[in-house]
Design a protein around this ligand. Structure first.
Ligand code: GCU
Length: 602
């Protein structure tokens, strides 16, 4: 099960990047890598800008050092990593040098590392994320290629590593593609590079590459699921232990390397925002041991209710981009995660929407610890090419990688398959398949999407046909900003075609922090706060409203936002500025959340 079909290159750089003669093995996927002892390869890497993909000039031949030259010609080496400038990993390249701020294209990373191969053990290069397409070489061997900028992937290096000094070269191309996921236009900045941790993971020949352990919904007193052991013979013993709960279970693998488990577990302390209890979970199979920390809870829908551990819950949330506070750029440290989630807690929120792509695993690990429920999403955003099978395969791969990584996170309760996509048959068929895929891949969580609504300033309709395929319906509306005035919300009537839980996945308006003025003066904090006051009143009139994630926690960089003196390259709908200044609207929402005044549960 570990191997995934890797997608052929498409789009503008096809000129130079035809599918290499011997396509490298498809990347596999390891889980809970942050819980394994690894050789961390973060730090300063040598880097070379390559807008013309000169280093890829001959496809399968790796970078520049082995081009066959006609007899008698001079071999000119016209690059030298060791003398090239260094750049920090993890990190987007854009915010590390003014010269790279708006660079999109090919970029080379190179570093050396010391390693001792061990008999009977396998080595994988683990990459938390590389935006957007990447190729990985170790000691000149092309290990794998990957497409998708926000999900983890692993490339087997067992045959490439050697004792002593090794070199790793990664080519990352951030070029946006029409047939990409996301596609060409997004209201967020296309930060390129190795934006998350890179490490070398060594595991036994047979190792645990995937598992699913969750509480059964029926009784909430049985842990059920499986442990998958890559390369294992049928009959391989596997054990699961929860030492703090004195639980021990034994199983054996089947012909596919999967050991099924049903573990009586009546006395568990169930995970919830009020009680984010995590248990050590120790998995053993042969020579491999994997220890994770997990919470156990159930989430389901009943009519228009969302039930957490069998009880109705209201999701007081906020949307978040992975934009680093103060310095801007991709979030890439525990400190930045702590700052952002600290603000979520300040807001009185118990929930957050990670928009519009899977965020760093640090975010979901922290959410597990802090008791913040999570909506996680793949960047099927706006006008993706819904009529193309290869585009569907890309979105499915990203869903698979996202679910595989965060299946063990109690905080994650919602998988979103899309945001603000056009209501047409090709799109609805595409996303209905996505929803079915997610339900198969993870039947323990809920499937949703952020839908557009239609109507006029009197009546709004939530009747998108995609709603049929979803467990929970998210809808985005900007009454008071893109249409009407803040007061318009007082008289809007909502017509909802579904008896399902509703979440307002986006509402809000822009404000420049520190800009004050009349209550009807756009871009002032007063105007934004007024939007929130009237929104809270309006949304509370929608009977099945079970949650909200206003747009957005913090101002974020966007190439679509260039109003001088106000936006200056930032979307200013944050409740907090990119410099950490809380705007007036922050306190309006905080009051509503602290007084339980937004959204209801029966
Ligand atoms: C859209 C979209 C966001 C965008 C926001 C805005 O709804 O989903 O990505 O940033 O609106 O216009 O600010």
């Amino acid at each position: 099960m570990g191997l995934i079909v890797c997608l052929a290159w498409t789009g503008p750089s096809a000129l130079h990047a035809e599918q290499p003669a011997a396509a490298p093995p498809a990347p596999t996927l390891l889980v809970a890598v942050d819980r394994r002892p690894v050789l961390n390869l973060d730090g300063e890497w040598h880097s070379i800008l390559d807008p013309y993909e000169n280093g890829l000039d001959n496809g399968s031949k790796s970078y520049w050092n082995d081009t066959e030259l006609p007899a008698g010609s001079n071999k000119l080496t016209e690059y030298d990593f060791s003398k090239s400038p260094t750049i920090k990993v993890p990190g987007d390249w854009n915010t590390q040098s003014p010269a790279l701020m708006n660079y999109e294209g090919g970029f080379w990373y190179e570093r050396h590392f010391q390693y001792q191969p061990q008999a009977g053990r396998r080595a994988f290069v683990d990459i938390g994320a590389a935006n957007y397409r990447s190729r990985v070489w170790v000691n000149g061997q092309l290990l794998c290629m990957h497409e998708g900028g926000y999900t983890q992937f692993d490339c087997e290096a067992t045959k490439a590593v050697r004792a002593g000094d090794n070199s790793m070269v990664i080519f990352v191309d951030s070029t946006r593609l029409a047939d990409g996921v996301p596609t060409l236009k997004t209201d967020w900045f296309n930060y390129g590079g190795l934006t998350r941790d890179v490490s070398l993971v060594t595991v036994p020949a047979n190792f645990i590459d995937d598992f699913d352990l969750h509480l059964d919904r029926a009784t909430r007193s049985v842990i059920e699921g499986y442990v998958h052991v890559e390369g294992a013979q049928a009959g391989t013993p596997v054990t699961v232990d929860l030492p703090d709960a004195k639980l021990h279970a034994e199983g054996v693998t089947d012909a596919d390397g999967r050991a099924a488990f049903r573990i009586p577990a009546s006395g568990l302390s169930l995970w919830s925002p009020e009680n984010p209890k995590l248990y050590r979970v120790v998995l053993k199979a042969g020579d491999d041991t994997l220890t994770d920390e997990m919470g156990f809870r159930t989430v389901e829908v009943s009519g228009s209710e969302i039930l957490l551990n069998g009880k109705p819950i209201v999701l007081h949330g906020v949307s978040i981009h992975a934009e680093a506070p103060f310095r801007s750029g991709r979030v890439d440290s525990d400190q930045e995660v702590a700052t952002l989630l600290g603000w979520v807690k300040d807001l009185g929120a118990n929930y957050m929407r990670l928009a519009h792509y899977p965020h760093d695993e640090r975010m979901t690990r922290a959410a597990d610890k802090m008791g913040i429920l999570v909506w996680s999403e793949v960047p099927v955003y706006w006008a993706v090419e819904f009529g193309r099978e290869d585009v569907f395969a890309k979105s499915e791969q990203q869903l698979h990688e996202e679910i595989r990584r965060d299946r063990d996170k109690a905080s994650v309760i919602l998988w979103s398959v899309a945001n603000e996509t056009p209501n047409n048959p090709a799109r609805t068929a595409f996303l209905t398949r996505s929803a079915e895929f997610v339900h198969r891949e993870d039947p323990t969580r809920l499937v949703t999407a952020a839908l557009l609504v239609h109507g006029d300033l009197k009546t709004k309709y939530i009747d998108d046909p995609l709603g049929k395929a979803l467990d929970v319906i998210g809808f985005n509306e900007y009454i008071g900003w893109y249409e009407g005035t803040p007061e318009t919300a007082d008289t809007v009537e909502w017509k909802v075609a579904y008896d399902k839980p509703l979440i307002t996945s986006e509402f809000g308006g822009g404000a420049k922090a520190g800009l004050h003025g009349a209550i009807d003066q756009r871009w002032t904090e007063e105007y934004q706060a007024e939007i929130y006051r009237h929104q809270i009143g309006m949304l509370n009139k929608i009977p099945q409203l079970r949650g909200t994630t206003p747009w957005i926690l913090m101002d974020f960089r966007s190439p679509l936002r260039e109003l001088p003196g106000i936006q200056d390259g930032f979307n200013r709908k944050g409740l907090i500025s990119d410099q950490g200044k809380k705007k007036a609207a922050f306190f309006v929402l905080q009051k509503a959340y602290k007084e339980n005044g937004l959204g209801h549960a029966e």
